[in-house]
Every structure is written in structure tokens, then in C-alpha cells.
Design a protein around this ligand. Sequence first.
Ligand code: NAD
Length: 270
Amino acid sequence: MDNQLLKGKNGIIFGALDERSIAWKVAECAYQHGANFVLSNTPIALRMGKIDELAAKTESKVITADATSMDDLDNLFQESMQELNGKIDFILHSIGMSVNVRKGHDYYNQNYDFTMKGLDISALSFHKIMQTAWNLNAMNEYGSILALSYIAAQRTFPDYNDMAENKSFLESIARSFGYHFGIKNKVRVNTISQSPTITTAGSGVKGFDGFFKYADEISPLGNAKPEDCARYCISLFSDLTKSVTMQNLFHDGGFSNTGISDKVIANFLK
Ligand SMILES: NC(=O)c1ccc[n+]([C@@H]2O[C@H](COP(=O)([O-])OP(=O)(O)OC[C@H]3O[C@@H](n4cnc5c(N)ncnc54)[C@H](O)[C@@H]3O)[C@@H](O)[C@H]2O)c1
């Protein structure tokens, strides 16, 4: 694929940890499409993950930032604009973590310090990233900002725990900031609601294998693959989608609009 949909565009990609990360696939695809970008993640992710490998492959620079820290974000945007020789055209927020899930707390037994930390990392960070870009006037006209979400924002998936609220908050931020950024300089803001995907964050959810298989059997196209999610992100960063904003876009093989499938029914007739 050498359509070069992002030729001449500058980006910041948050959240590539290892080759399973959705952000990793987006970075690979953005590179194929001619984009220049900076990769960002936390210092610990840099130590534990493989981001340097991705940086070498995509000829990009890594700049560390904790996406909950306004100082880190300010530094990241300033450095990125220097490195990329100009303002930013696209941003990917591919960040999520529930401390309650990680520490084994059920939904009805949350530690609220953990809840607030998870909300800050998974949702408020999206606002912080956009507020930083806004204050530095860092976005080019018709830029595109995306975050990754999950359908637990609309429907209950019990073991998704407090990440459900985090995703609802995230999607709401996309709508509200999308309004303001649209008025300011025609910047688009959307979320993509992706199928269950086998990654470090995904497989941290209790019962993940079960609901991965269930979603796969319900969806007419099967679960959407991370490589396809990456291509969808590229289309939303490109000039092909200049009027799409303030949307939560399902990228889920049809899961969100399917009530039941023959495959799932067959399991109950055995
Ligand atoms: N895997 C799934 O099933 C699935 C489905 C739908 C949506 N998503 C969403 O996709 C996004 C990416 O997750 P993934 O599945 O690729 O898993 P992943 O574990 O590869 O990525 C999560 C990333 O968040 C980063 N992160 C955590 N705390 C951070 C902080 N304070 N500052 C900056 N970065 C931080 C991690 O270092 C990691 O790179 C998340 O928002 C996740 O909720 C995942």
C-alpha cells in the first residue's frame, strides 16, 4: 500500500508499548503513508516495552511523557514541533489503564484513589493533551485528533469494571473539545470504538478470552483486527475525512448493531 495518504503530515502517537499495541500498528501504517511523527510513552513503558525498535523502523523520535502531567505534555509538544519542523496535523491517544482492574478490585469494591488515577490516565489525559495543543496553538488547520474507545461506554460488560466510565468520559471529551477545536481551526476530534484486541491492556481484563470469542462469533465480520483499526485511523487522519468530527465511530465488524448470530445460537442448541 503506497497511497501516501499522510505525505507531508506531522503527528504525535501516544501508547505504543510493543508490537501488539494498537498504536504500534498505527505508527507502522502512518509511516507507510508518508507521515512524520513523534512516538510518546511513559518512562516505565520505555524501559519495559520495545518502542525504540518501532522508532528505528519508522525513522521517528521518541519523547517521553506521562500523559497526565501538563509539564510533560507542554515539553512534548514544544519538542515535537521543533523535531518535525512545524505544527501538528494528527494525534493518536491510545492510552488506557485501570488501577482497580490491575489490583484485582471488583467494580463494587473500588479503591477511589485508584479510580481517580485510572480516570486521569484513561480519559482526562485526552483533555490534557488537547488543552496543551490548544494553548500552544500547535494544531494545523484540518488537523485530526483520535482516541481509542470500547463499547462498554454504552453497554455493560461487567468485568470491564471502571474502564466503562473512563470510556464514557473519553467519548464525551471528544464531542465537547471537538466543538471548540472545530470553531478554532477546523480540527476534527473523534473516538474509534474498537473490537476486543489481544494486547497488554486488553488481556488485563478478567475473562478477556471469553468475551473476545463471544464478540468474534456475534460480529458478522468477526472481530476487527488491529491492522484494520490502524488503516481506519489513517483514513481519519487523512484529508479524505475532513468533515468527520465529534463522533464515536464503531470499528467492530458489526458487533454494535447485531443482537444475536446463528453461531452463538448454535452453542445453545448443542
Ligand atoms: N485491547 C483491546 O481490547 C481494546 C479494545 C478497545 C479499545 N482499546 C483501547 O486502545 C487503547 C490502546 O490500548 P492497547 O490495547 O493497544 O494496549 P497497550 O497496553 O498496548 O497500550 C496502552 C498504552 O497506554 C500507555 N499508558 C499507560 N499509562 C500512561 C500514561 N500515564 N501516560 C502515557 N501513556 C500511558 C501504556 O504505556 C501503553 O503503551 C486504550 O485506550 C485501550 O483502552 C483496547
